[in-house]
Structures are given as C-alpha cells and as structure tokens.
Design a protein around this ligand. Sequence first.
Ligand SMILES: *Cc1c(COP(=O)(O)O)cnc(C)c1O
Length: 391
Amino acid sequence: MRFSRRLDHLPPYLFVEISRRISAKRAQGADVISFGIGDPDLPTPAHIVDALISAARVPANHRYPETDGLPSLRRAIAHWYEARFGVSLDPDKEVLPLIGAKEGIGHAGLAFLDPGDVALVPDPAYPVYAVGTMFAGATPYYLPLREESGFLPDLRSIPPEVCRRAKVLWLNYPNNPTGATADLGFLEEAVAFCKRWDMLLLYDNCYSEVTYDGYRPPSILQVPGAKEVAVEFHSLSKTYNMTGWRIGMAVGNPSAIHALFEVKSNLDSGIPQAIQEMAIAALTGPQGYLAQRNAIYQRRRDRLVGVLRQIGLSLTPPRASLYLWARVPAGYTSGEFATMLLEEKDIVVTPGRGYGVEGEGFIRLSLTLSDEDLERAVRRLEGWRIPPRGQ
Ligand SMILES: *Cc1c(COP(=O)(O)O)cnc(C)c1O
C-alpha cells in the first residue's frame, strides 16, 4: 500500500528521536537527566485544576463543544489581551480558541496557503511552521536567524521575487529555540514589510509570560495597524504550566481568524468545555503566581549559564523563553556534542541542527526540569574538561 507523499519528505520529529535515545540509555540502567523538551515540570496552579473538577460535573460540558469555544472564554481572552498588552479585540470576530497553539499553527497552512505558494519561515525554528507549510503543498523559504543580528531575520535581504510570491511570514519572539527577544521597533518593521508585500504576518507569542529580569515582551498587535495583516498565536501551555491540557488561541485579523475557523470547523469539534473553564480560571484569576514561577526559572537559568560558561561554552542568558542556546566547542557538530554529553555525562540536550540548518553549531537546553535534577546535572558538569575534537 502506498501512503501520502507528504509524509515522505518530513524530517524525523526531533523529540521522538530524543525520547528513543533516552529510553535506550535508561534501559541500560543509566541515570539520565534531560534538558531536552520544553515542558514545564511544575504543576498547573491549584485554582485552575479546581475549575476543571467543578466543570467536569456539569452535564452540559459532557456534550460536543463549539469549534469557536465558549463565548465566556473568548471574552476572557479579549480581556486578558486588553489588560496585558492594551490591545482591544472583538471576542466574536478576532479571537479563536485552539486545541493548543500547535494545532492552530499546523492548520494555518490549510487556511492561508495553496500548493506552489511560498511561506517565509525562520531557521532555526519551532518545526511546525515549516511542516504545516509543506502539508499545505506550499514551500518554506528559510530566513536565517544569526547570532550577530540578535537572531532576528534580515527582512531587507529577501529577494523581491520571493517577497512577491510569499503569502505569509512566520515570526516567534520570545524565540524558541534561541531565547532571543524582539523589541517593538522590529515588530513595526515586520508589520510594514507585510503591508508592503501584501503578506499575512503569523506571530507566535507563546513565551510572552515566561520572562526574566523584569522584561515584558510586546504583542505584535501593539503595532498600530497590525490587525490589518497580523494574527498572533498564544498558548496557555507555557504561561500556566498547562501543556497537558491542550489549549491556546489565535487572535487578530478578523478575515484570517475566520479562515482558520473554517478549516478547524471541518476538522475538529473544539476544546472540551471543562478545559475551556480551566483557561477562563487561568486568564481571569490571580496572576501573582507567574512572578514566582519565573523567579524559579531565572534561578535555574543563572545556575546553568554559570556552569556552561565554566566548561567553555559561549552563550547569552535569555531574557525570556525556557531555553538556553549555547555554541558548541570548535570541532564538534551539534549532533556530535549532544551525543558525547549523553555518552559521557548521561545528560540530554537538543542538537541545534534539529531546528534547521542554521541551528548547526548550537545546542538547546530547556529549564523545565526539577531543581534537584538541575543541581545533579550541574555537579556532573562542574570542572569537566570537554574532550578536544578534530585533530
Ligand atoms: C510550546 C510551543 C508551542 C505549542 O504550544 P501548545 O499550545 O502547547 O501547542 C508553540 N510555539 C512554540 C514556539 C512553542 O515552543
């Protein structure tokens, strides 16, 4: 039997390969410590879980949800955007709940791209932008994110013939995997670029609430006129430690939101309503928890940056996101260095190459492991002399 060709050209999903290697090591009895996946180790706050428990007992929540979610959820999202970013949204036309941001990002290609179209996709990047593009039969045109440019793409260097063909631009700040951030000035430039070339700007802002040193990332919708060309993807996953519950949202340009709704209404039946009630509790409840949680990540960041620099890796401490992006020592590829760390120290990191060609030369370390595991990993690394390579 022959299955779809679109599956033939997929890169192996990065985290599947990492999980496989960890299991193999553990099967040999190794005590593996993983900095691999960005999945919060801390639990969902209790008041949010309580909302699920109460909502689970309500029979109305046992039936099919609507694709576009409960009106009360769309209103809670709009209020949160107003309070957090000063951005006003029409809850019925400019807000669409998602079964996690990944679902909306993956389906965006079906709403916005035709076979033969081009999507501008950063490299390195969260893999779903490119995969969603390819599933729609379109082609990614990769924008290199380089350290010397603060991991921002150089929009002016994109050839005009590519700009003419491209229908969407994907951007993600605070960034996974590089931990880079973008200021409002860059976002203004991106909005102007998309207006000039009649492109849709798809902005992934999943990490806006995972921040350090008092930094407050902007929303793309803070740029005046952004709603004419932009949709922002957001998620409850990283903000409220809710990765397991699967809920996020797309907000912004009403025609684009409607197009994504049309795709989704033909493929899914929305988010279980009890989980929507969790999101309402999260967005409208006390937010003090975020600062405490960020302080925990910030301590981990500082601890890890210290030991990585001590063993000779070079990196900039991120102001936001869950990730450290460190340059590997000369002579190693990112894959070789990650494999060596696993073999020598039973420590898992993600090779940067897994996020794109431009990720070569870097590894990514996620801060989502317990303080105890982090300390044990730090002790394994302290004083380590990395074996030289390449002679
Ligand atoms: C984690 C992550 C997502 C996915 O969020 P979900 O809401 O859990 O699907 C989207 N974009 C980026 C960049 C991420 O790192």
